[in-house]
Unconditional design. Structure first.
Length: 180
């Protein structure tokens, strides 16, 4: 069990460390995040409606997740305000529960008012949550219930799941601004 946990931690750290120079990341990350958001809103009417009303949208176009009882996920994202990229963020999470597999997916947070956006900027992005998730290859179903999405007028969408991941667990995550 300890070997699996060490392997998962090492794999996530290696992914995080193998990053291109900051300028290249900003341009490609912004492009990928905008494409992911456009794709999500083109295929999901609820996301399309929220995008029109949201103060900001934080898009993580590619999250990487792996787990076997213990799990972790990591990815970088872009905050769009008024259609313009205004910040770059990193999301790291750890989880524990009945889970097994690996997947990549996109993740978008729609901030519906200034208070919700201030919560992201002032709280260092700490989030405590739990939720069931089942992903089979490139089709999946995911639900996210958390302290942020239930109390702060933030709506979360998980999209473009690829891989094989199933489980129910408790997760803690932190979203951190990376361009300061």
């Amino acid at each position: 069990m300890n070997r699996i946990l060490v392997f998962l931690a090492a794999a996530l750290l290696a992914l995080a460390a193998a990053a291109p120079p900051a300028g290249a990341v900003d341009a490609s990350l912004s492009r990928d995040a905008r494409r992911a958001l456009d794709s999500l809103t083109a295929t999901n009417s609820a996301a399309r409606e929220l995008r029109q009303k949201a103060k900001a949208v934080l898009v993580f176009p590619r999250m990487i997740k792996a787990g076997f009882l213990f799990g972790g996920q990591i990815g970088d994202g872009v905050l769009f305000e008024g259609g313009k990229a205004t910040g770059y963020y990193n999301s790291v999470a750890a989880s524990y529960g009945l889970q097994v597999g690996g997947q990549t997916f996109g993740y978008a947070l729609f901030f519906m008012n200034s208070g919700a956006l201030d919560y992201l900027k002032k709280s260092s992005g700490w989030e405590i949550g739990s939720g069931p998730s089942v992903v089979v290859w490139d089709q999946g179903m995911g639900k996210s219930f958390s302290s942020t999405t239930l109390t702060q007028d933030v709506y979360a969408f998980i999209f473009n799941q690829k891989g094989l991941m199933a489980g129910v667990g408790i997760q803690g995550s932190k979203i951190t601004r990376i361009d300061e």
